[in-house]
Ligand binder design. Structure first.
Ligand code: GRG
Length: 314
């Protein structure tokens, strides 16, 4: 923190990503106008854009001089659409029932629960349409050096798998079930919590890094290494989210705190305490930085971003 050079670079990247996202927005017209408005309202509400940012940076690191950002743009947009759909659905009355997100009213608070559900569905489908629309660019990529022959298809598979039942949706399922769990054994609770954090939050961060690596020309073993770095950052990110739900504030977070207590959620903080949680965020993030170092990417913007996130306030 306090590194204004880094913060200026961060701001410039967010603006770049906003431009990419805007160019992919569906037109608000026709009989489906209302759902499209709700989708665009949610997508352009001003999130941190961390997942497309991590994807872009990883792509640039692996692609090096041969980087052509246009290759990664459709996947960046797809990732932010999937992330946004998950937030829209997570905020619904049937889930966390939250009224504020990204500093403004949640989608269901503005458009109603039915339209917000549809907006999430619309974003998820449009995400895949957008990623697939990059096929022409994908065809230009060299062959994947691992067991999969086509880098573009390998990236699509990661995108869809990590967002689904073997990723984010699986984690969200376990999270909901954990609200009424009768498990009291601390080790068992800890295993369950790690599954939730790995999947609910870790999966999309892992896939953002993996897609960047795959399209950038990484080998199968490099993709595995970057997946582990993504897992560390994802779990650290969730623990920090749990910390901020207690010590953060509405102005910085753009949403009220105390949601975990309200929903009686088990978190790393409730299991191990605040200090242990802060230590864990640092330990996991440092391990992710070590992986980048081993890959030859020490002091990259991505590395600085991992370190910056340890002390994030929003
Ligand atoms: C299928 C009905 C249905 C719902 C799916 C999968 C799911 C709903 C929700 C899980 C997603 C979730 C809320 C994960 C928590 C991860 C997290 C900390 C999200 C916040 O990410 P930030 O801080 O958000 O990057 P911004 O707003 O900055 O983009």
């Amino acid at each position: 923190m306090g590194d204004t050079g880094f913060e200026a670079e961060l701001k410039q990247r967010v603006e770049y990503i906003e431009g990419v996202l805007k160019s992919g927005l569906p037109k608000e017209e026709g009989y489906a106008k209302t759902v499209i408005e709700a989708m665009n309202y949610s997508l352009m509400a001003g999130g941190k854009r961390l997942r497309p940012m991590m994807m872009l940076e990883t792509y640039r690191l692996f692609a090096g001089d041969s980087a052509d950002d246009a290759v990664i743009h459709p996947f960046m947009t797809a990732m932010e659409m999937i992330h946004t759909y998950s937030l829209v659905h997570d905020d619904l009355p049937a889930m966390d029932n939250d009224e504020y997100r990204r500093g403004r009213k949640t989608t269901h608070a503005v458009y109603g629960a039915g339209m917000a559900t549809l907006a999430g569905d619309g974003l998820l489908n449009l995400a895949y349409e957008t990623a697939i629309s990059g096929a022409a660019l994908g065809a230009k990529l060299s062959e994947y050096d691992g067991e999969t022959k086509n880098r573009y298809l390998a990236a699509l598979k990661v995108l869809s798998t990590k967002a689904g039942i073997y990723g984010m949706v699986g984690g969200q399922c376990a999270d909901i079930m954990a609200e009424n769990t009768d498990i009291t054994d601390k080790d068992e609770l800890s295993t369950l919590l790690r599954y939730i954090d790995d999947n609910k939050t870790g999966a999309l961060i892992e896939s953002s890094l993996m897609i960047g690596a795959i399209l950038g020309g990484a080998s199968a073993s490099q993709v595995k290494a970057i997946e582990k770095a993504g897992n560390n950052v994802g779990v650290a990110f969730q623990i920090q989210d749990d910390i901020l739900d207690i010590v953060g504030n509405l102005e910085e977070l753009g949403k009220p705190i105390g949601s975990d207590e309200k929903n009686q959620k088990t978190t790393y903080v409730s299991l191990y305490g605040m200090e242990a949680a802060k230590d864990k965020v640092k330990e996991l993030s440092d391990e992710a930085s070590d992986i980048l170092k081993e890959l030859g990417f020490k002091d990259s913007f991505l590395d600085k971003l991992f370190q910056y996130l340890i002390y994030r306030r929003k």
